[in-house]
Design a protein around this ligand. Structure first.
Ligand code: NIG
Ligand code: FE
Length: 412
């Protein structure tokens, strides 16, 4: 099965020799072909060029994209979309004056979601999760990382990871699974953190590895959650099972998690709402992708990751949603890109690079995803008729996406 998309107003993020990620000034580049075509054969991009050079090329299906923009699909490298229920009551509690921290200290927050998930069947959890997944694919997401971390018991963490595995099997989007057992300390371990770390390391991890349920390991490295020493233990345990790290750091406090993560070759460090000079230095001497989650900042009214400071220091930056029930009940990458432009002063070019090729790097798949490159997977967004790619972040809150192609097939 082949598809030829013709009369494309601009084909965006076309890179003949695509680098694994873009950093610093290079993030301002966004190669495009005006009045273009792109040819897909089975699940692969095989050709593209100007309409003038189409030379009688044809395919099983032709899509006329007159007035439309075509881009690679978004690569959302940080989500928690497998969860049960919601936390709308905590949302109202925050409006009425309680802080995120106060809610968590009362047994709300992550522990609230864990209790609900523990009492939800695997089948129900799968059904709730795929509803969210389908809606984000329709919004242009073609690759997604999904974390565990709302189980917090061996059975419930395995349940979450099995749901992620079933999603991998049942959906054409690229899925990466991350084990986040160290997301919060369960009440039973309130005075025995070492006991919970032992459970993660000696019981959960071996089972997860045996069933091949995770690609990465994560820790919520934060005051009141897991400190540097805990984080190091988990990172080292992950190494034993060949699980590279992607770490939640610097959401509320900078406690040294960035330097620890880069030292251990983490694939990414995520959140970074608070950043120190030491963090920047650590990132400069590393291959670790910093990841910003602006819709989390929006929803919690906390600072935005200082994107300008990072990019102007020559660093790369990726953008992701953090879709989860507590801090970001939204998986809309288009909103993330708008917010990055509006609140973090990223240019549309920087934001699109951050949401495509750099997001792909943050989940280890930038050789196959994140740009329009011959040989890469045919994961494409066709917009509605819009004036230019700038219009995507400009018209915030609007759905400008008409068609999404995943692995060479229209996602319906
Ligand atoms: O990435 N910060 C840690 N974990 C999630 C939110 C957890 C929750 O509130 O449920 C996050 O923001
Ligand atoms: Fe998160």
């Amino acid at each position: 099965m082949s598809i030829l998309i013709t009369n494309i107003k601009s084909l965006v993020q076309v890179r003949e020799n695509c680098p694994p990620f873009l950093a610093g000034k290079d993030m301002k580049t966004l190669p495009i072909i005006e009045n273009a075509y792109v040819l897909v054969d089975n699940d692969t991009i095989v050709d593209y060029g100007k309409m003038d050079d189409i030379n009688g090329l044809t395919a099983d299906q032709i899509i006329d994209a007159t007035g439309r923009i075509v881009l690679p699909t978004w690569c959302d490298s940080h989500t928690h979309i497998v969860y049960a229920g919601n936390r709308e009551q905590e949302f109202v509690d925050r409006i009425n004056g309680l802080s995120y921290e106060e809610i968590a200290n009362r047994g709300g927050g992550i522990l609230n979601s864990a209790k609900t998930l523990q009492n939800t069947s695997e089948e129900d959890l799968y059904n709730q999760s795929i509803n969210r997944l389908k809606s984000v694919i329709k919004l242009g997401t073609g690759a997604i990382e999904i974390k565990s971390g709302y189980g917090l018991t061996t059975d419930a963490e395995l349940k979450m990871l099995r749901v992620i595995k079933k999603i991998k099997q049942d959906f054409p989007v690229k899925v990466k699974a991350t084990f986040l057992g160290a997301h919060a300390l369960p009440l039973e371990f309130k005075d025995n953190k070492q006991g919970y770390l032992d459970l993660i390391i000696n019981e959960m991890l071996p089972k997860i590895a045996k069933e091949n349920l995770a690609d990465y390991i994560d820790v919520f490295c934060e005051k009141g959650y897991f400190d540097l020493e805990d984080t190091l233990k988990i990172i080292n345990a992950g190494k034993q099972y060949h699980l590279p790290a992607k770490i939640h750091v610097n959401q509320f406090n900078a406690i040294g998690g960035v330097a620890l993560s880069t030292k251990h070759n983490a694939v990414s460090v995520d959140h970074l709402e608070v950043i120190t000079e030491e963090d920047i230095t650590a990132l400069k001497n590393s291959q670790t992708m910093p990841v910003a989650l602006p819709s989390c900042s929006y929803f919690l009214s906390i600072p935005y990751t200082p994107a300008r400071q990072l990019i102007d220091a020559g660093l790369p930056l990726a953008l992701a949603t953090d879709y989860n029930p507590g801090s970001t009940p939204s998986g809309n990458m288009n909103f993330v890109i708008s917010t990055a432009c509006i609140k973090m002063k990223m240019t549309p070019e920087e934001a699109i690079n951050a949401a495509t090729i750099n997001g792909a790097f943050a989940m280890g798949i930038s050789n196959e995803y994140g740009s329009i490159t011959k040989g890469k997977k045919a994961n494409l967004i066709i917009t509605k008729a819009i004036p230019s790619y700038n219009y995507l972040p400009y018209s915030f809150g609007e759905n400008n996406i008409e068609t999404v192609i995943i692995n060479g097939k229209i996602f319906a």
